[in-house]
Design a protein around this ligand. Structure first.
Ligand code: IVH
Length: 677
């Protein structure tokens, strides 16, 4: 047997070889060994680690952060998340947007200054400058981790590589949208479906020389991290960076109130076709950066901005057939199979008909000539029927009352609307194979386990081949079988293995969101995760004897209502669900969830609010408490640390209860002082 020293030397030599080739591959785009040779080298290292636990403990390969190829580009954490935008589709949606902002800030219908900018339909990227020098360029990735595409971004001449100004903050992160001009697209249009795809394709070229061949342009629209912060408004920020030679959009404008919002939307919509770049709406942003900060973000998007989309692009086609689809929550959706037609640069052959009532109301029949529309990433939909064109061959669609799995479907009664739901549902959960497959697609998605290389199509394929039938199968894949499939080589299998291994370690809130309990979205999953803290506590829901008590306690949480509690009860009362989720848990390392800001003013404290505040809404007060490490409860109990009492109409009963339980009461004045301190 070789001595420890020799083994260690051999192991370290192989690691340094791997590092050398990673560097050649990632940083110089100049691989000097084939993928197979690279795979072999890595296998040797892994075998050594498997054989000798003292090498496994060193695990130099795993610690070699970012350099092990998962994909073509190095992955880097964003300094600040790159969020997406909420959408508005009409005047009413914009009215709601303004109302929500007013409510959150506790304003009474104030016309807040908004900054309007065209929403460029391109690919987002972020540029990081240190002391005025371009140091990093990242793609959006999943919003938390991006890809290092600096060299490709550098091929865009108009992106400043150095900012010459004494005013530039030490750290300046510029967010921008990369696009291909419509005119430039004409010469390459045979290679790509639309300019957006072309821009994406070009940016993701491994060889920057290839990127340079396609003329990319950009508009800077926002910022990520800035230190020190020197800007007060969005308009001031854009004006300043334009002076520093960044390209900003010339059609940006300050507006106030619904009328001006509509006017600007219409104006730009009319100019749209004459612009040299694709836009799909107008982004309206609260101009004052202080207010933006107060408003903050929900899970995915800022409260201070929205994208007011232009009306969807429409096309005429014919319905060949109507079929039903089963979603992951069991919703049965009718889908029209239409004659393929191009809508806004994309070929559409399926369009949703929403639900049974919608088909009735619009009297949509098989063989009808229909108008379909597609807006952004939203699923194309059938808008209306051209009844003049209807002939004898048109056939009414009889909506089945059974799921594709054969089970009866049901329209549920909604307690909040006091009506029957428009959507029919299959209630079999994982026992329905159609639902089970959709649930798998949700589990691997970006917001959930985020497994690169395991997208919807691969799930379909692996499902058919019996490789994955339930979530835990993802972690027991038969790679020998996969290797025999078309399109799967050593490197892609290795990448998939890595992505799956990485996803095994997951935070409790993501896990709760991933298992797909109806009515438990990302926000609610966070609330639940912060209540349970650990998977051990969460798992108590599996046991009937605990469940009732836990669900009662959940009712105290702000944000969790009867609908969620009912849904949790349904989910965990189902034995198949319990077995499937337990099997999944056994494969994972589920990390405890703790609130982001544990060092805050209310760290680990439980608060409750009653009454209105002068300077802020209840939502803002709640957000402040949470960002300072506190938990907000919805009812009084012994567990509560503070009852915060606003001056305007507090509930006397709550104050009395709190006094009785000796809970500390914070009056509005003191609350403000604590926040200022
Ligand atoms: S502001 C969410 N302004 O739209 C953070 N975004 O759906 C604030 N986009 O990822 C985004 N033009 O890539 C903003 N004028 C503009 C934009 C714009 C295009 C893209 C951007 C972002 C996506 C959000």
């Amino acid at each position: 047997m070789k001595s420890k020293n020799i083994l260690l030397k051999d192991y370290k030599k192989k690691i340094s070889e791997i590092k050398k080739h990673n560097n050649l591959y990632f940083n110089h785009d100049n691989p000097q060994i084939s993928d197979q040779e690279y795979d072999y080298l890595k296998k040797e290292v892994l075998n050594l680690e498997k054989q000798y636990s003292f090498l496994k403990k060193l695990s130099l390969l795993d610690n070699n952060v970012g350099a092990t190829p998962l994909n073509k580009f190095k992955k880097i954490h964003h300094l600040k998340p790159m969020l997406s935008l909420s959408n508005a589709f009409d005047r009413n949606d914009m009215k709601d947007f303004l109302k929500k902002i007013n409510n959150f800030l506790n304003y009474k219908n104030k016309d807040i200054e908004l900054f309007s900018e065209p929403k460029i339909d391109g690919i987002s990227a972020t540029l990081i400058y240190e002391n005025g020098k371009l140091k990093r360029g990242l793609s959006r990735g999943d919003g938390i981790v991006g890809e290092d595409i600096l060299e490709n971004l550098k091929t865009i001449n108009e992106i400043p590589k150095i900012i010459k100004s004494s005013e530039v903050p030490k750290l300046l992160e510029i967010r921008c949208e990369i696009y291909i001009g419509k005119k430039d697209f004409i010469s390459i249009k045979d290679q790509f479906a639309n300019p957006r795809n072309a821009a994406g394709g070009s940016l993701r070229q491994k060889d920057p020389k290839e990127t340079a061949k396609i003329p990319l342009k950009y508009f800077a629209y926002g910022f990520g991290a800035i230190e020190p912060m020197i800007f007060k408004t969005q308009s001031e920020f854009l004006e300043k960076i334009s002076n520093w030679n960044f390209i900003t959009n010339p059609s940006a404008k300050i507006v106030k109130g619904l009328e001006q919002i509509e006017k600007q939307h219409e104006k730009i919509n009319q100019e749209r076709s004459s612009l040299n770049y694709d836009i799909d709406g107008i982004v309206y942003k609260v101009n004052d950066l202080n207010l933006q900060k107060r408003l903050g973000n929900t899970s995915n998007s800022p409260r201070w901005a929205t994208a007011y989309k232009f009306s969807a692009e429409k096309a005429i086609t014919r319905i060949k057939n109507i079929v039903i689809q089963v979603g992951r929550t069991g919703a049965i959706t009718p889908v029209a199979k239409v004659e393929p037609v191009t809508v806004g640069g994309v070929v559409v052959s399926n369009a949703t008909l929403h639900n049974e009532d919608e088909i009735e109301r619009k009297d949509i029949r098989i063989n009808d000539k229909v108008i379909i529309q597609r807006a952004g990433d939203v699923i194309p939909q059938v808008v209306s029927v051209d009844k003049k064109e209807r002939d004898k061959q048109s056939k009414k669609f009889i909506f089945p009352n059974k799921c594709l799995c054969g089970a009866e479907t049901k329209k549920e009664y909604s307690k909040s609307t006091k009506k029957l739901d428009a959507v029919r549902r299959c209630l079999k959960g994982y026992d329905c194979k159609f639902i089970a497959k959709e649930k798998l697609k949700h589990i691997v998605s970006k917001e959930a386990f985020n497994i690169d290389g395991l997208g919807k199509k691969v799930i379909d394929q692996f499902w058919e081949l019996n490789l994955i039938k339930k979530p835990s199968d993802i972690f027991d894949l038969d790679y020998g079988k996969i290797k025999k499939l078309d399109g799967w080589g050593d490197l892609s299998i290795d990448n998939l293995k890595k992505a799956i291994t990485k996803s095994k370690s997951i935070l409790l809130d993501k896990f709760i969101f991933s298992i797909g309990i109806r009515h438990i979205g990302q926000e609610n999953a966070k609330i639940l995760a912060s209540f349970f803290s650990s998977i051990k506590e969460f798992s108590k829901l599996f046991y009937l004897k605990n469940r009732k008590k836990i669900l009662n306690n959940l009712a105290e949480l702000d944000g969790i209502g009867e609908t969620q509690i009912q849904s949790l009860n349904n989910f965990f009362s189902n034995n198949t669900n319990n077995k499937i989720i337990n099997d999944l848990i056994s494969k994972l390392i589920i990390r405890n969830y703790s609130l982001k800001n544990t060092g805050g003013k209310f760290s680990n404290k439980k608060l409750m609010f009653t009454g209105g505040f002068k300077n802020m809404s209840r939502s803002e007060a709640k957000a402040i408490a949470e960002s300072n490490g506190g938990k907000v409860l919805g009812s009084i109990s012994k567990k509560l640390d503070f009852l915060v009492v606003g001056d305007s109409k507090p509930t006397k009963k709550k104050i009395d209860q709190a006094k009785e339980l000796k809970i500390k009461i914070i009056l509005e004045n003191d609350w403000n002082k604590i926040l200022d301190s």
